[in-house]
Design a protein around this ligand. Structure first.
Ligand code: ADP
Ligand code: GN1
Ligand code: MG
Length: 363
């Protein structure tokens, strides 16, 4: 327990309907965007946990619209699973009767969710069963959102997976090279440039009707799904900030990115970064269990390609952030974003080598 953290967080938590006394607050998880804490609340002698998050306003400037999206998504997913309280995130309102609270002292925004007990997230998979369960849960999530009423969701990050526009940002960062870092990553820059041409395949198909736009999660990394401690099943898809219109390929591609290698996203020893076809196969099987019924033939055809598209795009985003001076993703050491970029590009390279086998399996 850190007294300092508790002293900072408890007055914030007091603005939410927690029905007890906050006795502990600890930094939680390893997300790159928000500031997450697990609260322990004494409710008449019972220790109950909650998740409190400081919302990253640089990434999500319109918090009211962001939380409206999350309210709609959580309500709809919960209505689909009326007997399972863990199947959806549950928002706790603030004393302003809003799904968030803004601190008048510094303008920062906070939100609280019920803590999902008896389940955990992992930062990297350890076995094919985990890949299967994670993909099955993300497929079920997409399926549940297919008939969400109320029209399109608000675009919380405009052009989030518009890979060609990600290249435009990269070119700008490279031309400016504010910190003189380009000289440390010429190999990665060359790799990115060599892949620019195929960056528009999915956005072009979305624009010309070759692929449907659906409600997608857009950030389906392995630590955004909670896996049951006992059964290993995916119990809840979390981190709903980027739920908005998109292609299922964005979701499946990001699952491939984070669920087909056992190495960490920031592994420095690239010999440990190995794209595993067995994990890929488990992922496809899990995903098609729940999503197979609604995918078009074109979506299915592009499932393997989505892996290198989204992995390459993420590598490009890490590289851009490195060049820009680490202003977007949280970093914990010097060169962290470059390390992350390197694992992503290494995975892309291996996916290219194994593309024929990936295609054959999906077929
Ligand atoms: P970020 O946007 O920074 O990635 P997340 O919303 O993914 O933040 O939360 C970070 C981590 O906190 C998750 O990976 C998960 O381990 C944990 N977490 C988030 N929400 C819950 C919840 N409701 N119950 C239990 N753990 C949670
Ligand atoms: C961020 O929020 P988190 O850590 O789950 C990022 C994703 C990246 C991912 C890379 C809103 O995800 O897009 O793929 O890091 N989220 C946002 O690990 O930018
Ligand atoms: Mg997350």
């Amino acid at each position: 327990m850190s007294k300092e953290i508790l002293e900072k967080i408890a007055p914030i938590a007091a603005h939410f309907d927690l029905r007890g006394v906050v006795t502990d607050a600890e930094p939680w998880g390893s997300g790159h965007i928000n500031n997450t804490f697990r609260l322990t609340v004494d409710q008449s002698g019972l220790a109950v946990h909650y998740i409190l998050q400081g919302i990253n306003q640089r990434v999500f400037p319109n918090v009211a619209k962001l939380m409206e999206n999350i309210q709609r998504v959580t309500k709809h997913v919960a209505s689909r699973n009326p007997l399972d309280s863990r199947a959806s995130l549950t928002i706790i309102n603030s004393d302003a009767n809003l799904p968030y609270w803004q601190n008048p002292a510094d303008g920062e925004f906070y939100r609280v969710y019920i803590f999902i007990e008896g389940a955990k997230t992992v930062d990297a998979v350890t076995c094919p069963e985990q890949a299967f369960q994670a993909a099955k849960a993300f497929g079920a999530f997409q399926c549940a959102l297919a008939d969400m009423p109320g029209g399109p969701l608000f675009e919380s990050i405009v052009d989030f997976h518009h890979t060609p526009k990600r290249f435009v940002k990269f070119h700008k960062a490279l031309a400016e090279d504010k910190l003189g870092r380009a000289k440390f990553c010429q190999k990665e820059i060359d790799f990115a440039l060599a892949h620019e041409q195929e960056a528009s395949i999915v956005v072009d198909l979305l624009a010309n009707g070759g692929l449907p736009s659906r409600v997608t999660h857009n950030d389906t990394k392995i630590n955004n799904v909670m896996l049951d401690d006992k059964t290993g099943e995916g119990v809840c898809v979390i981190d709903l900030d980027t739920c908005m219109p998109g292609s299922v390929l964005y979701d499946f591609g990001d699952e491939i990115r984070t669920t087909t290698a056992t190495a960490a996203e920031d592994e420095r020893d690239l010999s440990k970064v190995i794209f595993d076809l067995g994990l890929f196969e488990a992922l496809v099987k899990g995903y098609l269990t729940t999503a197979g019924g609604f995918l078009t033939a074109e979506e299915k055809r592009l499932l393997p390609f989505s892996g290198r598209l989204l992995t390459g795009e993420c590598g490009l985003r890490f590289l851009t952030d490195y060049l820009e001076g680490d202003t977007y993703f949280k970093i914990h050491r010097e060169g962290h974003n470059l390390d992350r970029c390197r694992t992503q590009f290494e995975l892309v390279r291996q996916m290219e080598e194994k593309e024929a086998a990936m295609n054959a399996f999906v077929k």
